[in-house]
Design a protein. Sequence first.
Length: 468
Amino acid sequence: MPGGKRSSDLRFRVGIPTDPVVVPLPSVTAEELFRASAPRSAEAHLFGNSHVVLPNGSRIFEVEESDWASLADAIEARDEGALKALLVGLGIDAPRYIDDRPPTLPVRALSLAVAQKCNLGCAYCYAQEGSFGESPKSMPLGVALDAVELLLRDVAPGERLNLAFLGGEPLASRAVLRAATVRAAALARERGAKLTFSITTNGTLLTPDDGAFFETHGFAVTVSIDGPGPIHDMLRPFKGGGGTYARILKRVRSLLATQRAMQVSARVTVTPRNIALPETLEALLELGFHSVGFSPMLASPRGGEEMQREDLARMLEQMVACGAAFERAAVAGRRFAFANMVTALREIHKGTHRPYPCGAGAAYLGVSATGELSACHRFVGEAAGAMGNLTSGVDEVARRTWLATRHVHRQVPCRECWARYLCGGGCHHEVIARGRPACDYIRGWLHYCLEAYVRLLDARPDWFGELQ
């Protein structure tokens, strides 16, 4: 997919002095962010009092106050012709970075559902308590090794690949996971490829030996954990009842203490019942997680725990509170591993502009326990994302059709939104299942992150050097 512009090209000032200014953090409500970030033009979005981001190339400019006011007038009037003339006059227009053509990419990332079963009974689970609505099953070793062969079949020296293990609970098929990892690592060494590994686990089955294995192979380990003690236990109980939080902490502590090549992060699924995010972030960082990230529950099989507009408004305010803590830490030179913020700042700094939200159906595919291929791990067992199987190979017709129809230019209302190339149109699985209930939230968060980016670039430009 199209890459970003060089980071050194990203911050532009038009007739503005470059002395750094530290801007106080604002107090802002979700409704204010919703209004400020509402899509008024497909070609430009204003923020702060002097900045404009152009979706084409995700380029940020600082302009004179009078020019900013003229841009604001054209945008409010919905006068795209006048807006275009102003951008040309300022010398900040550019040829289109993204056209309507879907990319042609080899598969360079696979996720293996090595266990379509789970010992937890999370009501909101997209995998329907791990089994994807079918009888529980485990991936045979032969299927896992065939998937490894598919991933590494035509790789060239120096290429980057990723092999992920998901479920269900992937550690319920520990032997297959390890054998596939060892085989993939050996093939990558033979072919000079740069292969990384990742796993998403509920943490209840982790052992110190798992930690040693993951450290040896440099795994990115993501533990699903939804908040301190009682909150997590309410949302992520064992299937037979009873909380899992104490069990997870007992199991994960040895990994947190030994992570070096391995990185152990926490992923929090946010529902209407666990939106106290700053407290959760602080608690999980204090435990030693490498980073902590939040993701709203937008679509669950039975509608349980889904976020509504008022919930997303509360979440946005909590996210901004976490972001403000991050900004304070960054200015003070302290590490504060709020993953959502780091990711957003990195993407803004790179000038990321993409026509899809992720690599699903492009360079990334999911593999079911029986060897069926799908657009990603969330489409296991669903016809909407079917992409062939390991026996007959990738269904290239289905993949081309998917990429053509899921392109952000084909999505409504995305193609008229200023945030389209930073957002990519939203998670395919969630959009197909529920539509786009989170657009205001996503735009509001990006608007805040753009303002934070400018503040940090003024106050701590050296921080961005660490992102290279």
